[in-house]
Design a binder for this molecule. Structure first.
Ligand SMILES: *[C@@H]1O[C@H](CO)[C@@H](O)[C@H](O)[C@H]1NC(C)=O
Length: 412
């Protein structure tokens, strides 16, 4: 009997490595890897081992472990492990495995970002594990070497905390064949607000340059490009102290930014066409843009700092808009090739695949609107160099992944 009690915990301990995902830290010579175990790893230190070939993972990076509780009625504990691979060389292929002496992952690989090459980023919001139509096409694009990294602009899994966090586990395992090979960058949408953003804080490892170091807002330099992720849910949730801190941080971040191209991303749409003749006019959405006595609106800051593009999701569709300021579009001859835009170009890209979907016939086009698509898919942003960028909509409704709505910006 005594023996049984000693053996049982060993049998039921689940130390298997799950949900492996890479992320960028802002240090171009490092690569961060995060994974999860359902059980603690007493008396052993988790680590990443990596090297230049699959059979010689000669370097080791120790991981730190966070034990955290899901907010569901069972209060499941999970263990997130985070390690950094250092002294990496641009453009070099590395192999790696994560785990502990008890259980290791298979060997994955990635190419360390090379900022001197054109950059290709998949950008989308609102991707579910159930009806996640873009998951397979994103995995295929990863293994065809069409993407350098991914930014998911809020609303993951639907919802990570559901079913005692099992939905989050299922989602992270479903995308592992992408996220273990290219960095997966995230920040919250309205589906991540539960229990003070519990799952967003504890499952991921984003750049640590925000105010709170908790994955909710951050920025990242990559070659010619600067990406800034903003948490619109501080506005929607009435968190004015945090919204102000984020605004001051954003002001400073944009002031110090030297990159040629600047992209701002947030979950809630600043503009869009909807069934309402006024377009995106939900209180929580317009608050992030315009602000009020308690909340600083961000649009003027983006205009003043010459932000090139603003991406958002939340509405489950795709819409590309003219460069604009305060809803007034700056129209030029060719809507698919804009030279020296007079304001930030806005794009809604929330069509990756989830429970509800909106087609173009569901909306009344606003004066600032160019393209509205009803297909499932994601945006592929390409930064060629200091003068040219493009975006395409990758249709994932069809197997081959057609390129739709090709768009270019050229700057002097
Ligand atoms: C930048 O990329 C564009 C698109 O590929 C190309 O036409 C242009 O010549 C490039 N400019 C420079 C300076 O390399």
């Amino acid at each position: 009997m005594m023996l049984l009690f000693l053996i049982l915990p060993i049998i039921f301990a689940d130390n298997r490595v799950e949900q492996v995902h890479l992320s960028l830290s802002g240090n171009m010579n490092a690569m961060v890897v995060t994974w999860l175990t359902q059980s603690p790893l007493p008396n052993v230190t988790p680590f990443v081992s990596y090297g230049l070939s699959a059979d010689n993972l000669k370097w080791t990076g120790k991981a730190t472990t966070t034990k955290w509780a899901d907010e569901g009625h069972i209060g499941v504990h999970r263990y997130t492990h985070r390690a950094t691979m250092r002294n990496m060389e641009a453009g070099t292929k590395y192999y790696y495995s994560v785990g502990s002496s008890q259980a290791k992952s298979k060997v994955f690989y990635f190419t360390q970002p090379d900022p001197s090459k054109p950059l290709r980023v998949a950008i989308f919001g609102d991707l579910s594990v159930y009806k996640g139509y873009s998951i397979k096409p994103l995995i295929d694009a990863t293994h065809s070497n069409y993407l350098d990294f991914v930014i998911h602009i809020g609303d993951l899994a639907y919802d990570m905390q559901d079913d005692n966090g099992n939905v989050g586990d299922d989602y992270m395992n479903a995308i592992e064949d992408m996220t273990a090979y290219i960095p997966y960058m995230v920040f919250p949408g309205n589906h991540e607000v539960s229990h003070n953003f519990n799952h967003m804080v504890n499952r991921f490892t984003m750049p640590k340059n925000g105010v709170y170091d908790n994955n909710l807002f951050w920025s990242l330099d990559y070659g010619n490009a600067h990406f800034v992720a903003i948490n619109s849910e501080y506005y929607a949730e009435g968190m004015s102290k945090e919204a102000k801190a984020q605004y001051e941080w954003l002001e400073n971040d944009l002031k110090n930014n030297k990159a040629k191209w600047t992209f701002v991303l947030l979950h809630r749409p600043m503009y869009c066409s909807t069934q309402s003749s006024k377009g995106c006019d939900d209180f929580q959405d317009t608050l992030t843009r315009k602000g009020n006595a308690l909340f600083p609106g961000i649009e003027q800051l983006l205009i003043d700092n010459k932000v090139d593009m603003v991406f958002y999701g939340h509405k489950h569709t795709y819409e590309r808009m003219w460069p604009m300021a305060h809803g007034v579009p700056f129209k030029t001859a060719d809507p698919s090739y804009i030279k020296n835009p007079a304001g930030p170009v806005h794009m809604l890209t929330g069509a990756a695949g989830c429970h509800t979907h909106l087609g173009p016939s569901d909306s009344i086009p606003q004066s600032f609107s160019i393209t509205r698509l009803g297909n499932y898919g994601y945006t592929k942003l390409k930064v060629f160099n200091s003068t040219h960028i493009s975006t395409h909509f990758i249709d994932t409704s069809v197997k081959v992944g057609d390129f739709l709505d090709k768009f270019y910006i050229q700057k002097n």
